[in-house]
Write a new protein. Structure first.
Length: 62
């Protein structure tokens, strides 16, 4: 059961990251934001996803 939850979380974060990247690309195309801002936002979203996954993983141990 725990493995199934982890696989679902992994798929969720892959699709969330993919969708986030598409949104960031659209925003960059619309507003001509510098690439460094895109990298910073991508790293922030990645850290947030990792922290959320860690919390959910830790909560499922009990």
């Amino acid at each position: 059961m725990k493995l199934l939850v982890q696989i679902c979380l992994l798929l969720f974060f892959i699709f969330a990251f993919w969708g986030g990247a598409n949104i960031f690309k659209w925003v960059l195309d619309q507003s001509k934001v510098p690439f460094s801002a895109f990298i910073s936002a991508t790293l922030s979203v990645t850290v947030l996803c990792v922290l959320t996954a860690g919390m959910l993983w830790g909560a499922s141990d009990g």
